[in-house]
Structure formats: structure tokens, C-alpha cells
Design a protein around this ligand. Structure first.
Ligand code: HEM
Length: 423
């Protein structure tokens, strides 16, 4: 679909069941049309059954605008809520008021404490575990020659790693998986079937997660281990530790941010290799050389987090549009990652793309994804495992997409490969 066919005036980014359920190609064409029009398009807020009715938002679709906003956190603030299009009611803030929705000095303090769990040294120590888990995941399906790439391959790696890091026992992994599906899938009737009570489902999911982490924290206070919960609660990290509420909301952020995103990147990657066989051939021909650029290209293409929000604290101007304090902007990473001002042939999936200045992990600034290194490592290890052991893995149907304005998710993706694998 070409941009000329689309009238920007007919596009409504707040129409969850209309706009966000249409084919991906339409979505790309719509954002191309919005990017090409002068100024910034403005939208009323989506109609959720919870959240205060707000004044609406400007959509940022150009990479330069999003970089400017991310880089200027004193003007474009997160403390009024960044992870969603609407203001959260106070009842939800106990569980969902994590550092992604904070500004300095509170954000800086929390980020300093939790970053200790994400140093390169910690990640090196994790790498062996990531590889072993990936091998086990492929072992479990390799003889069958078919599986669901989301549940059986892509979801298991980030879930197991994040739970192992936090010290969540294997018996609770399924619970964490189901609960994060509710937290990030509230717009999808499959995850929250009772559409009259989305608010309650969201609140209960936060409450259940908080209860799990509080119980674990109590156990670790008595018997510390080397997991992240022990480090963050008992922890003398520069003499600082997290309060029980801070720990609960950080934990919810981490499992939500760390699971769904990486899961979707891996699932989209498998779909992309199916639809672009020449890219698979190029990758297989030079696995070591191509993997780093291929991983970045998958994140650019998938853009698993579609947007983050900022609220103006001071007057500013973007793309010729004057913004006033209290105005809201949604930074559509999804659109910026196809901005022709920065990407040659942005519509092409090119595993050797270089340079690739995508902002799938956020723009440069204090909120840049804390788990970016871990996510890159997980995607790298998973594709190495797939491309060496079952290199002909391919989707046998179109992905079943999550209905969401916020997460570019896949719920199911049937795949097939030579049973037992090929050497
Ligand atoms: C492909 C996978 C991933 C993508 C695309 C992704 C994307 C993002 C984006 C767009 C942001 C917001 C940046 C901003 O507001 O400026 C973010 C923040 C964050 N991500 Fe990720 N993420 C991924 C994986 C992970 C993983 C594996 C973890 C942890 C295990 C993680 C933890 C976080 C945290 C804690 C924040 C909040 C940082 C802050 O506010 O200071 N993410 N991520």
C-alpha cells in the first residue's frame, strides 16, 4: 500500500479495535503518511474502561523528534506516566508506579540500585545459563518437527532467565507467564475476556505479582541467596535498598518489560526469516559475522514496544508544533524505526543493515532500556541455536497478533522444521 492511498485525516491511532487490528502493511503505510505530513498529528485518548479522560496527545513519528524528547527529560517528563496512553488511576500506582514512570531524583536513585543487577559482569555470568536454557528449549521440540514458536520457543527463554535472575522457583513460572499476559494484554479479549472489568483484571494481576514477590522477599530476608531479590532487599548497594513497594513494582516492570518484548522480537524474527528466504541464506552463510546486525534489524523491524509517553513540563517545539506544559506526546518508536531520513529502504528487512540507528530500546536518555544488553544476548543465543540445529524452521501460518496499541505482540505462530534437525 502506498502513502498516496492514505489520507492522514482518516487515520485514528486511538482506535484500538480498528486501526491496531488492521494488517501490519496498512499500519506501516499509515505511519508513513503521518510522518510525511507537516507538523504533529493530534488524537483524542483511546477509550479505556479505566484511566482518567485526558486532553489527548500528539503523535511523534520522526526519529529526530523522539531523540530530542528522550534526551530532554526535564522538559519531556515520565513522572505523569510513560508506559501507556492514559493516566493511571491512583489505585494502580502501587503496583505499576515503577521507575519507568518516574523522573529524577527518584528515577536516578532506583536506576542506580537496580543497575547493579545488569552490569556486564552479571550478564557474562548469565550467558552460560542463557545458552543452556536455549539448548534445552530446542531439545524439547526438535523430534516433533513442529511447534508453536511463541509458547514453545520464544516465550520460554526470557521467562526462564528473568525468573532465574529474580529467584522465582520453576513452579511459579507459568503463573508469571499468565499474569504478564494479562498485564500487557488488557486490550485483547483473549487475555481479559470480561471486557466490563478490565480495570479489576489489571489491578488483580498487579496484586498477585506483588504478593508473590513480597513472599519471596520475606524468605530471602531470612535466608539470602545470590539472586536479585536478595540483593535488592537486603542489599547494601551503596547503603541503599528497595522498600517492599518499590521492590514489588520493579519486579512487575521487569517481568513485563523483560518477557513480552524479547519474546515478540524472537517470534517476529522467525516470521521475518520465513518471508525473506534470501535473508536466511545470507545469515546462514556467515552466522558469526551477520548475527550482530541481524539481531538489531529484528528489533528495528519488530519494534516490540510501539510507543512510550512523555508529558510536557515546560513549553517546547517539535516539527514546528508549539507544545505547552501539560501536553502529552506518544513517541512511536515503531514509526521512527522506518523513518526514511535515517534508514535506507526502511521497508526492507536486511540482516546486514549497517548503520542501523534504530530506537527500539528507546531513545538516548535516562530511561533507555535497562535490559537491552540482556535482550540482545537472548535473541543472539536463541537464533544461533535455531539456525545451527533447525535451520529450516519456518512459519506455516500468519502470526496471530495481539490486539494492542502498546505492544507489537504475537500470540501464536505455528512453525515446522525437519524432525530431529539437520546438521
Ligand atoms: C527486545 C527486547 C526489549 C525491547 C524492545 C525493550 C524496549 C524498551 C523501551 C522502548 C523502553 C523505554 C525507554 C524509554 O522510556 O525511553 C524500555 C525500558 C525498560 N526496559 Fe526494556 N526492552 C526490551 C527488553 C528488556 C529486558 C530483557 C529487560 C529486563 C530484563 C528490560 C527492562 C527494562 C526496564 C527496567 C526499563 C525501564 C528503564 C527506566 O525507566 O529507567 N527490557 N525497554
Amino acid at each position: 500500500m502506498s502513502t498516496d492511498e492514505l489520507d492522514p485525516a482518516g487515520i485514528d491511532l486511538s482506535d484500538i479495535n480498528g486501526f491496531w487490528s488492521r494488517p501490519i502493511e496498512y499500519r506501516h503505510a499509515a505511519f508513513d503518511a503521518l510522518r510525511a505530513r507537516p507538523g504533529l498529528p493530534f488524537y483524542a485518548e483511546p477509550d479505556f474502561s479505566f484511566g482518567q479522560p485526558g486532553p489527548g496527545y500528539y503523535a511523534l513519528t520522526r526519529l529526530d523528534d523522539i531523540v530530542t524528547a528522550s534526551r530532554t527529560p526535564a522538559v519531556y517528563i515520565s513522572g505523569e506516566g510513560a508506559a501507556g496512553a492514559v493516566d493511571f488511576p491512583v489505585e494502580l500506582r502501587e503496583f505499576y508506579g515503577s521507575m519507568i514512570n518516574m523522573d529524577d531524583p527518584r528515577h536516578g536513585r532506583l536506576r542506580r540500585i537496580v543497575s547493579r543487577g545488569f552490569t556486564p559482569k552479571m550478564l557474562d555470568a548469565l550467558t552460560d545459563n542463557v545458552s543452556q536454557v536455549a539448548t534445552r528449549i530446542v531439545d524439547e521440540v526438535i523430534e516433533s518437527g513442529e511447534c508453536d514458536a511463541v509458547a514453545d520457543l520464544a516465550a520460554k527463554l526470557p521467562l526462564t532467565i528473568i525468573c532465574d535472575m529474580m529467584g522465582i522457583p520453576a513452579s511459579q513460572h507459568r503463573f508469571v507467564f499468565d499474569t504478564t499476559n494479562v498485564i500487557l494484554g488488557t486490550q485483547d479479549p483473549e487475555y481479559v475476556p470480561d471486557r466490563s472489568n478490565i480495570f479489576q483484571a489489571f489491578l488483580d494481576a498487579g496484586q498477585d505479582m506483588a504478593n508473590l514477590v513480597r513472599e519471596l522477599a520475606k524468605l530471602r530476608a531470612e535466608h539470602p541467596t545470590d539472586d536479585l531479590i536478595s540483593k535488592l532487599t537486603n542489599a547494601e548497594i551503596d547503603g541503599e535498598s528497595l522498600t517492599p513497594d518499590e521492590l514489588a513494582s520493579f519486579f512487575i516492570l521487569l517481568v513485563a518489560a523483560g518477557n513480552e518484548t524479547t519474546r515478540n522480537a524472537i517470534s517476529w524474527g522467525i516470521d521475518l526469516l520465513t518471508k525473506n528466504p534470501e535473508q536466511r541464506t545470507a545469515w546462514l552463510a556467515d552466522l558469526d559475522g551477520v548475527t550482530p546486525t541481524a539481531v538489531e534489524e529484528i528489533v528495528r523491524w519488530a519494534s516490540p514496544v510501539i510507543f512510550m509517553r512523555r508529558v510536557l513540563a515546560e513549553p517546547a517545539e517539535l516539527s514546528g508544533q508549539r507544545l505547552e506544559p501539560g501536553d502529552r506526546v506518544l513517541m512511536f518508536y515503531w514509526a521512527a524505526n522506518r523513518d526514511p531520513a535515517h534508514f535506507e529502504h526502511p521497508e526492507r528487512f536486511d540482516v546486514r543493515r549497517s548503520p542501523n540507528p534504530h530506537i527500539g530500546f528507546g531513545g538516548p536518555g535516562p530511561h533507555f532500556c535497562l535490559g537491552a544488553h540482556l535482550a540482545r544476548r537472548e535473541i543472539t543465543v536463541m537464533f544461533r541455536e535455531l539456525l545451527t540445529r533447525i535451520p529450516d524452521i519456518h512459519a506455516t501460518a500468519e502470526p496471530a497478533r495481539l490486539s494492542s496499541q502498546f505492544i507489537n505482540g504475537i500470540k501464536r505462530l505455528p512453525v515446522a522444521f525437519t524432525p530431529g534437525g539437520t546438521m
